[in-house]
Design a protein around this ligand. Structure first.
Ligand code: KG4
Length: 338
């Protein structure tokens, strides 16, 4: 079964063709990051306008790169939630038109479920059940993945997502958007014990997280140094920040693994690219004898192959959308209401 997949939830326009869930025939991604960098973050209207400009061409290219004709496509899968609403609507409307023109089913896909599925593409042996930490620019949650389409959130951030926190910390440190990778680079030369930053705990919710206090602490340290005219140990602050984020994410995920009684940890989303988080997970899983799956860097960020992969499993589970499919800015991973 060949699925044409479309992803446009933020500032990447993406189209892919995926065969039977796990074989990626093509995976075209066009990032707009440069266009948003001058504003220090994604400007929703600019994102939507650029999606609409390139999406048809990108989808055409995905089909030809796959070595297929349009008549070889069996379904269209599209990210319909969560994300920037205007950006999502471009992909959803394009996918509706494509499914109608091709006379094939339309499959709505949850973006974060897609991030989890990136691991199925990279690791043919991976199957549920497992515990997954999904960490991206807009979402941060620990998920009990019982089956390909059967999952529930057992912990989540109460405020900022981990990626958002990286981007804001990077911004105040004078680094370009998106800030995760530049902050990681700066942290390489720093002492990760240079600053003692706050670790938030949510009473009675052992797997939940909060990043707003950490973000504010970094902002205050930078502003205080500026006001006093003191030179700031930027690399030390970046390294300490990264350590604190990792110390928030890794132990909670490992506790969830133990409590669920699984033997497999999966990490997904843009922040899964972070070398500190990857290293700390590798060490924690080695200590506890758990299997660890983290996608290769090319599949960590937003792409459409992961949507085609998850779309296949959603299709097998019976998911179909009609011509009235809408896009949703927010939706829980375990409460799909397309
Ligand atoms: O998954 P993604 O591409 O988009 C969403 O679905 O949100 O994630 C983007 C986020 C950004 O916040 C970016 O700064 C972060 O992932 N990111 C990183 C790294 N690479 C990307 N954060 C930390 N370390 C990295 N190496």
């Amino acid at each position: 079964m060949n699925i044409l997949a479309i992803e446009s939830s933020c500032d990447e326009t993406a189209a892919a063709v995926v065969r039977d869930g796990r074989e990626v025939l093509s995976n075209e991604v066009l990032s707009q990051a440069d266009m948003h960098a001058i504003y220090g973050g994604v400007v929703p209207e600019i994102a939507s306008r650029n999606h609409i400009k390139v999406i048809s061409r990108l989808a055409d290219r995905a089909v030809s790169e796959a070595g297929l004709q349009k008549r070889d496509l069996d379904a269209v899968a599209v990210t319909a939630a969560p994300g920037l609403i205007g950006a999502l609507l471009v992909g959803v409307n394009f996918a509706k038109g494509a499914a109608l023109a091709l006379g094939v089913p339309l499959i709505p896909v949850h973006h974060v479920r897609g991030h989890i599925a990136a691991n199925y593409i990279a690791f043919p042996e991976l199957e549920p059940p497992f515990v997954c930490l999904a960490i991206s620019g807009g979402n941060t949650c620990i998920v009990d993945v019982r089956g390909y389409t059967d999952m529930s959130i057992i912990g989540a951030t109460h405020d900022d997502a981990a990626g958002e926190c990286f981007d804001k910390a990077a911004r105040v440190l004078g680094l370009p958007y998106p800030g995760g990778l530049p902050l990681q680079m700066l942290a390489r030369g720093g002492d990760d014990r240079a600053f003692d930053l706050p670790h938030a705990r949510i009473a009675g919710r052992p797997y939940d997280m909060s990043f707003s206090g950490l973000k504010t602490a970094v902002v205050n340290i930078v502003h205080n140094a500026q006001q006093k005219g003191e030179e700031l140990d930027r690399a030390g602050l970046a390294a300490s920040f990264q350590r604190t984020v990792s110390e928030t994410l890794v132990p909670r995920t490992m506790d969830a693994l133990r409590d669920l009684g699984y033997d497999t940890v999966v990490v997904a989303g843009g922040v899964a690219a972070n070398e500190r988080v990857r290293g700390d997970f590798a060490a924690a899983c080695a200590r506890s004898g758990a299997r660890l799956f983290v996608p290769p860097l090319r599949l960590c960020g937003d792409n459409a192959a992961m949507i085609g992969c998850q779309g296949y499993y959603e299709f097998l589970a019976g998911a179909r959308a009609g011509s009235d499919l809408n896009a949703y800015a927010t939706m829980e991973i375990d409460d799909l209401t397309f």
